[in-house]
Design a protein around this ligand. Structure first.
Ligand SMILES: O=P(O)(O)O[C@@H]1C[C@H](O)[C@@H](CO)O1
Ligand code: HPA
Length: 317
């Protein structure tokens, strides 16, 4: 396995800087586009944008998931033309990449000067009040892998980026969350369609079982996904402020599912012995539905991110 050291990050950043025009050698904002959400780069000034395929950047691994283009794009975002670097497609642990490989681009962005990062993702909603297509501003996360030994910062600490024991109890900056809601309302997103809550990370790639989904909801999660948290932890370690936006692309199964015993009792006419009625509702998560919902809502999310970038550029946060 390739060893990733401080030099690896610096080498990647120097490679990019050597190929970029002056205006993008230092960038202010980073954006990580989740499943099906890469269309944001079609909204930037196409005449100045510069693209690199991940496979051509030293240190980067390949992106293998449908809906993740696999390119790093530099461009001007919004009316204030904020110099921005976009990851169009991210790396996930379930692709077989380590946490260090998945988060390498965040440290490269840190070396290129970003002070602020927007992470977006597609996720499953765990709460009955969620609707498919709702947006959620992340206000906290629950890292299932991180809690059981797969934290993105495991290994020798690179002091150059940050301290051995960084605090992440306030990983999602309050002022940025406020700015994101302001941006959302200003572009016409209804308060009924955007929420604030907790993102739980699981590694995937299998979706949750029904009881896993109930468990996640019980321990405090509002939505569940397979990414984001490692990037956020590494960004916070490097002192980068983070805004997280989730798009609820599917309703995660919370029902108990069909009860085989009851069904057979019904079939044999033993109905007088049935004393409970089980919930038989069930749906199955699938990646096609995730991409379909992303496509449906990506326009709103793009307008919100553009407005947010302008509000951010106009403030001192
Ligand atoms: O990159 P994100 O977190 O948006 O991708 C989600 C999680 C899985 O990779 C995939 C499941 O459909 O979409
Ligand atoms: O239901 C889900 N579970 C986990 N990850 C996801 N990413 C999109 N939807 C889901």
């Amino acid at each position: 396995m390739t060893v990733i050291t401080e030099e690896t990050y610096k080498y990647s950043a120097e490679f990019l800087i050597s190929k970029l025009p002056q205006e993008f050698q230092q960038v202010d904002l980073g954006v990580i586009c989740g499943s099906g959400l890469g269309g944001l780069v079609d909204t930037i000034d196409q005449s100045t944008k510069v693209e690199f395929l991940y496979k051509d950047i030293p240190g980067f691994v390949a992106s293998t998931v449908v809906g993740h283009a696999g390119k790093l794009v530099f461009g001007h975002l919004g009316e204030f033309r904020t110099p921005t670097v976009f990851m169009v497609g991210r790396f996930h642990c379930y692709e077989g990449h380590t946490m260090l490989q998945c988060t390498l681009p965040v440290r490269v962005m840190a070396l290129m000067g970003i002070k602020s990062l927007i992470v977006t993702n597609a996720c499953g909603g765990l709460k009955s009040e969620h609707k498919v297509g709702d947006l959620m501003i992340i206000n906290d996360h629950l890292s299932l892998p991180g809690m059981v030994g797969n934290n993105a910062l495991i290994g020798a600490n690179i002091e150059f980026f940050g301290p051995r024991f960084p605090a992440v109890s306030d990983a999602y900056t309050y002022a940025l969350r406020k700015l994101a809601f302001k941006a959302a309302f200003e572009v016409g997103i209804s308060p009924n369609d955007i929420r604030e809550g907790v993102y739980a990370m699981v590694t995937g790639p299998s979706f949750e079982t029904r009881v896993e989904a109930r468990y996640l909801a019980t321990i405090g999660a509002d939505v569940v996904g397979m990414s984001t948290v490692p990037e956020v932890v590494v960004a916070r370690h490097a002192g980068i402020k983070v805004l997280g936006i989730s798009l609820i692309t599917n309703d995660v199964v919370r029902a108990r599912g069909k009860d085989a015993k009851l069904e057979v009792m019904r079939e044999l006419g033993l109905t007088d012995k049935i004393d409970t009625e089980e919930d038989t509702e069930k749906t199955f998560a699938n990646h096609a539905e995730v991409l379909e919902t992303s496509a449906m809502r990506s326009n709103d999310m793009q307008r919100m991110v553009i407005r947010y970038a302008d509000l951010l550029a106009a403030t001192l946060i």
